[in-house]
Design a protein around this ligand. Structure first.
Ligand code: GLA
Length: 360
């Protein structure tokens, strides 16, 4: 079903936005810290037209589902909540949004920690900007998208995903200071490419565990008398915190330092070591890994040609990212999937996306 078949007319405009993979700087964004995401080739496309009956109508090709908004005081669930959230945050900012027909299709893997929700939000906001000629820039798009996620999808997220989807590209890494929104576009590490493998384990507990970690970090910052954990650079200071706050804070402080080291310029080998250290910290101090992710990361880390590997995104399941030698991605990916299968799991190569069809 295309837009025409669903809504009986042609769309007036369309816009796309990519998913993202975070290379380093995990669970730092809501601590005002530093992140290093890049985008993935998969994206979400949104087509828009005006609705003739004073109601919003949203259709998802992926779910083959249509949702009509009969009562704007009732937030819809699922994919429609993100679109509805974007419309609502714009209205609250003073823009008048007419009733719309919205058609969505996406190649961004869902539930893998690659920000399919940010891609949908940014694509929707880009589409609305085009359709209505709204005077909003790419940073504002990311900020509106984050508000939609927090208030309408219920995840107390930071701003990394939406900034990456709105401002990054697949050829570069985006260094972002999430407090000041200062950013720097950096080249990908030399002679390396990015491999993303889904663990096959869905991200259960992702939103409750995520909100809980965030609350723990806020409590740690309060106890230390700082605005956010980003303000702690001396790891000694956190020693006086009770557990588990001490471990949570140690992850954030060391993770920020790892990102800042990359900013100084590092080799692919060093970048990989920092990714490995990040995974250990997410597993032991932040406790957001699961056995399948640890297994996958261990297999990757001991494979020749892999500079480093770690879980990516919020954790609790989802995908791992590895930095691998450029010309070896395909053979490494095939080898890893085989070994992962022997360990009792079924993985899937998500990036490079050419692996989707021929690696398994
Ligand atoms: C999710 C959130 C981001 C970030 C990551 C963890 O993707 O949406 O804001 O906190 O988890 O780094």
């Amino acid at each position: 079903m295309d837009f025409q078949q669903v809504f009986g007319k042609s769309p007036e405009t369309q816009a796309s936005a990519p998913g993202r993979v975070n290379l380093l700087g995990e669970h730092t964004d809501y601590n005002d810290g530093f992140v290093l995401p890049t985008t993935i080739p998969q994206s979400t496309t949104v087509q828009l037209g005006l609705s003739s009956d004073r109601q919003h109508h949203f259709y998802s090709e992926n779910f083959n589902e249509q949702v009509s908004i009969l009562d704007i005081n009732h937030t819809p669930s699922g994919f429609a909540s993100y679109i509805f959230g974007c419309i609502e945050v714009l209205q609250k900012a003073g823009y008048t949004i007419p009733s719309l027909c919205v058609y969505v299709k996406s190649s961004v893997p869902m539930g893998s920690g690659l920000s399919s929700s940010a891609a949908l939000e940014v694509a929707t906001l880009r589409g609305l900007r085009q359709l209505l000629n709204l005077p909003i820039d790419d940073v504002e798009i990311a900020q509106f998208a984050q508000q939609a996620e927090i208030h309408y999808a219920g995840v107390q997220c930071g701003i990394m995903d939406q900034m990456a989807s709105s401002l990054a590209d697949t050829e570069h890494i985006l260094f972002l200071d999430t407090r000041t929104l200062e950013r720097r576009v950096m080249p990908l590490p030399e002679k390396a490419e990015i491999l993303v493998i889904d663990s096959g384990v869905p991200r259960t507990l992702a939103s409750s565990g995520y909100n809980q970690r965030r609350a723990e970090c806020e409590e740690a910052a309060r106890s230390l008398g700082v605005k956010a954990l980003r303000d702690i650079t001396d790891a000694e200071v956190i020693e006086k915190l009770p557990e588990p706050l001490r471990r949570r804070a140690r992850h954030v402080v060391t993770e920020n330092n790892r990102v800042l080291e990359v900013l100084q310029g590092v080799t692919s080998e060093r970048f990989g070591e920092l990714m490995n250290a990040s995974h250990a910290s997410l597993r032991d101090d932040y406790e957001v890994s699961v056995p399948a992710l640890d297994t996958l990361v261990e297999l990757l880390q001991k494979t020749p040609g892999v500079f480093g590997a770690r879980l990516t995104g919020a954790g609790f399941g989802g995908a791992c990212v590895a930095l691998v030698a450029a010309d070896e991605a395909k053979s490494i990916a095939t080898h890893i999937l085989e070994q992962y299968k022997q360990a009792g799991y079924t993985g899937q190569i998500l990036v490079p996306s050419w692996e989707l069809s021929d690696a398994t």
